[in-house]
Write a new protein. Structure first.
Length: 182
């Protein structure tokens, strides 16, 4: 599994480059259509060549990045994967209830976070110490809400609600409660 931060960095570079190429094409097309005098039209062959190139580039970006999404392999093979640890977490009245004060995980373990809401729709997100998100899911009452994750690196993580559940939802933060060690 690739770290989600690395995936985000790579996709930012790829899609920013793609957007810049599209903007340059639009500028080139607009300039050629609006320039005064002879030759104001863009030849259809050139225009459709660029459109074809952008289409191939865009589809290629999606194909290349498809297998880099960190949770894809676990989700696609979920029935065949046994979790090393399961943490049953309850959410009610804008509070997370954990099975223990800290959730201890070893690097390489596949962990299932099974989160149940007894009243409202909440979010469940795990955040790094630099406040970037590792993963998140929506927690809907009356439905199965779980996510499996394989931790590749040691670290300390914070749990936060990532879904609006009223003004009290902004305070749903449990600092440094997930500890991943070697």
């Amino acid at each position: 599994m690739v770290d989600s931060q690395l995936v985000l960095y790579g996709q930012t570079i790829a899609y920013t480059s793609y957007a810049i190429v599209i903007l340059l094409l639009m500028g080139w097309f607009g300039y050629n259509v609006s320039k005064p005098g002879k030759g104001g039209l863009v030849k259809p062959a050139i225009f459709y060549t660029f459109v074809g190139f952008l289409t191939i580039l865009g589809v290629s970006l999606h194909i290349v990045t498809y297998n880099t999404i960190p949770w894809t392999a676990i989700d696609l093979n979920r029935d065949n994967i046994q979790a090393d640890k399961v943490f049953n977490i309850t959410v009610e009245n804008h509070e997370f209830t954990l099975p223990s004060d800290k959730l201890h995980i070893k690097v390489g373990e596949k962990v299932l976070f099974d989160v149940t809401s007894n009243d409202l729709t909440y979010g469940f997100g795990l955040f790094r110490q630099d406040n970037s998100m590792l993963f998140q899911m929506q927690v809907v009452p009356g439905h199965r809400n779980d996510i499996m994750w394989e931790f590749l690196f040691p670290g300390i993580y914070t749990i936060r609600s990532t879904e609006y559940s009223g003004p009290k939802g902004a305070q749903m933060i449990l600092n440094d409660v997930v500890e991943v060690t070697k």
